[in-house]
Design a protein around this ligand. Structure first.
Ligand code: SF4
Length: 354
């Protein structure tokens, strides 16, 4: 028997289509969107302005699609890594990062990744599967879960970053749909300023993202030495950094929308002043900020984090060139939830602490 489709992950037009298929007026589509994305219901019976008969038809033909995380593990710094099990080959992780009033969710868009960046634990897993729009939005709708008895309720999400497992632009259609649901007035009504999509610079989807949405963009640069980037990030061959920067230079990042360049620093690899100069040249006049990221040891990768002193020198050099550069605070390293550490291979599953 074929599995019933999920309602979450559907756009307003698709939900109206569902309503019409069940012989309901089109406006029921809007009511469905409200129940799914605003009220975040998990049961058809909670949809009290939809008749019993129609609730029954919906539950016979669809599922809501909400799936609670399988397990979670909490870092000393408050970061929580959640594991979702979406069935065969689809074990994925999402990371909840609290920071005073803010709470950011680092969302996965694929199980594994095709990009095979040398320094990344997800890349080492290889590609398993794309996540559906339902499986992506489910992470956002389900975290933080309702607190259990005696637990303190975690703050609701203020931001979402597509920086978890996978290259979001390699699953563009589903990521675009989720952004639409997050930002549409009929959906969750978020400002696009609360959303960041991270990419190695996959073309032509990056252009589509820039044209079709207003979300912030984070470009994984890591080195402006082209030969070196090619050896560490195979995507450089297909999507040369020079072409990506040229494309980005045609968009406005000086006002509402933000461009950040991500730069993981490795000892003796990309942490000297020559590399800082190359990065400054690459940036030229493009308004952006540089995030300098501490490297977290990944099994089987013979790279070392660079010293704090080097990071400060690198940052200061960029600042002197008029480029905003900051050293990003590391979160969740002790639970393998920090940047580049997500992997759901056997033996690395987080222990259930719930
Ligand atoms: S760094 Fe990002 S794009 Fe590269 S392999 Fe890891 S998840 Fe994929």
């Amino acid at each position: 028997m074929e599995a019933k489709p999920s309602l979450i992950g559907m756009t307003l037009e698709e939900l109206k289509g569902v309503a019409r298929k069940g012989g309901m007026p089109g406006f029921v589509g809007k009511q469905l969107a409200q129940w799914l994305y605003d009220k975040k219901v998990t049961d058809f019976q909670e949809m009290v302005n939809i008749s019993r008969k129609n609730q029954e038809w919906l539950s016979n033909n669809y599922i809501i699609g909400r799936d609670a995380p399988d397990s979670r593990v909490k870092s000393q710094d408050g970061t929580i890594k959640y594991l979702f099990n979406y069935g065969s080959n689809k074990l994925i992780e999402s990371v909840y990062i609290p920071d005073k009033e803010r709470a950011t969710l680092c969302v996965s868009s694929q199980a594994g990744c095709k990009m095979n960046c040398y320094f990344c634990a997800t890349g080492k897993m290889g590609f398993k599967a794309n996540l559906s729009a339902a499986e992506i939005i489910n992470q956002i709708l389900s975290i933080p879960p309702q607190a259990g008895k005696g637990e303190v309720q975690l703050n609701p999400l203020t931001n979402v970053v597509f920086m978890g497992m996978g290259e979001p632009l390699d699953n563009f259609e589903n990521v675009r749909k989720v952004i639409e649901i997050l930002t549409a007035p009929w959906g969750m009504g978020w400002s696009p300023k609360r959303i960041t999509v991270s990419t190695v610079g996959k073309l032509p989807e990056l252009k589509d993202l820039l044209e079709q949405t207003q979300v912030h963009v984070a470009l994984s640069v890591h080195t402006a030495d082209i030969g070196q980037r090619e050896s560490m990030m195979p995507a450089q061959k297909a999507f040369p950094l020079q072409n990506v920067m040229q494309l980005l230079s045609a968009y406005d990042f000086a006002h509402q929308r933000r461009l950040s360049l991500e730069y993981i620093m490795w000892r003796g690899v990309n942490d000297d002043m020559d590399h800082a100069r190359m990065l400054a040249r690459l940036i030229g006049n493009i308004p952006c900020r540089v995030n300098l990221i501490r490297f977290h040891q990944v099994e089987g990768v013979d790279l070392q984090p660079c010293s704090e002193e080097r990071m400060i020198m690198f940052r200061n050099f960029l600042n002197q060139k008029g480029i905003t550069a900051t050293i990003r605070t590391s979160r969740g390293e002790d639970i393998l939830a920090a940047c580049g550490m997500l992997a759901t291979d056997k033996g690395k599953r987080p222990a259930d602490q719930s």
